[in-house]
Write a protein that binds this ligand. Sequence first.
Ligand code: ADP
Ligand code: MG
Length: 598
Amino acid sequence: MTTPAPVIQILDESTVHLIAAGEVVDRPVSIVKELVENAIDAASSRITVELSTAHGVISRIRITDDGVGIPSDQVRIAFLAHATSKIRTGDDLLSCRTLGFRGEALASIAAVSYVTMVTKPKESEAAICFRITGGEVVECTETGAPNGTSITVEEVFFNTPARRKFLKSLQTEVAHITSLLESFACLYPGITFRYLVNGIEKFSTHGGSDLSDIFRALYPSDAGMMIPIRGEDGNTVVTGLISLPKLVKQNRQRFLIAVNGRLVQSPAMISAVKRAYGSLIPGNVWPVAVLMLAVPPAEVDANIHPTKREVRFSAERKILDLLVRTVRRALDDADLLDLPAGPDEDAQISLSDLPSPVPAPIRYGSVAAAPVTRQVCEATLAGYRTTSRQLLQTRLQESADEATKDERFPQLFWIGQVGGTYIIASDKTGALFLIDQHAAHERVRYDQLKQQESLHLKTQELIAPVVLTLSPSEAGLIPSVLPVLSDEGFIIEPFGQDTWCVRGVPVVLGRYEDPETVREIIGTILSEDEGPVRLKEQVLRLVACRSAVKAGAVLTPEQGMDILNQLSQTADPWTCPHGRPTIISFSCQELGKMFKRV
Ligand code: ADP
Ligand code: MG
């Protein structure tokens, strides 16, 4: 039996709206984005965003602005699909400077929730209160209200249960909204933003500030490591802030790119910026950046993605080159020399005993090499002490379990060190070994951490507690990661709004651990959206990584040998906890082949 051909029908209007809505508003954060963009387009100087939560979901979103408002006879039209005041014809797209232009947001939001809008242009005597639920108008009356617009969205996705189910945890959804609003606050420092969750203010900014002020208010612990950038090419201008190489993140969450005030995602621009950092940062991390591009509207097409998240440029090459040049110049001008301040230990060594500096010029791909700059691979007394202290800690806690040792590990002897990063060694067969000192020591650290897990040797109280001032989005996540952090030995207590006090750290971080490391570890954990199981492993790896001897630390032969001996005690000396190799070897025969001797 054959199935009959299906009947083709045109969908009814409400189904069409529901489907179209899914393209524009797929989660609460996209509703907030559309509504804040409308408020910005309405020339507002104050925008307030209020969230309410109940029963594990966002129960209400309210956005209030003091912008131009909507005339009473147009409120109904504003909620129709493809109704916009921002363009008239396709040609207008070429000169469009507003964030919206498709006339889809209000219609889409109204299709999937209960919306109440109260709006009053300053020319009007009375305000209009307009209520629409699931696309049906239920009220349109006059009322009293201040100038501007307030829109309240409730019962989000009430008629799309599948979508409702698909939402992540409340904390994650709120965190997305918080970081979106932080981004808007950075991009529009002239606007006063207020953000409240369940009536509690999460942050507010003061209009008339500049980007640096806002950044400092939102991310106080990062602000000191940011440098301003500015570059132009014809009528394309890039401005913003980028981080010094010492401030990097494990993901791209703090990498904001805006084109003509619109937040966009652009892998091409991110890699251009990473290219500009060159070897100053490792390949698997990202700098913190706020990049604001002003491009003539005719040269950028924002109309290629349902949420306008991607844009296309008519002269992409030119823009990427401008970015690379601008970031490089800012980094060249910045003072990158940053010596670690070690604790005052009685080291029996003077600076002249340390290995002589190895100049390591920074190279920038195909572009003419930068001048040999103040570089990181210089031996310093402070650096020597830091390394010794790190090595001492792993040696003291050593409980070498001979049974777990990898028998294949060769007996190595020291030849030297290159680039402040790799140990050169050999064994009795004359093979050549290159060892990544950081990866090697990280492996040692990691193994010890694992051992301590079973020994319950976890917490060590800090002599001076570290106070963390978190961004609102980070603070929102703290409750969910706190149990895992405390399992791993962090003692963290509330210390006022968005401020937390770290009193204890995992024992391997040591008493003298520099506050920046503690902040960095917790910041990294908070910026990643991981489940609790991965989180535990992640904490372990981060602690191992941050407490290990750094790449760029010039080693004495004794320190180098110490790392090799400690590595030889581990069960899996060949890779670091992230799976990267710790050792690369070339047998005599391989060397012979390379030199075409055999
Ligand atoms: P778009 O922003 O693409 O024009 P929307 O559906 O988001 O489409 O909004 C439709 C219209 O409603 C806008 O063009 C604008 O005229 C009006 N509007 C929406 N929100 C506001 C607001 N907060 N203040 C003033 N006018 C608004
Ligand atoms: Mg809009």
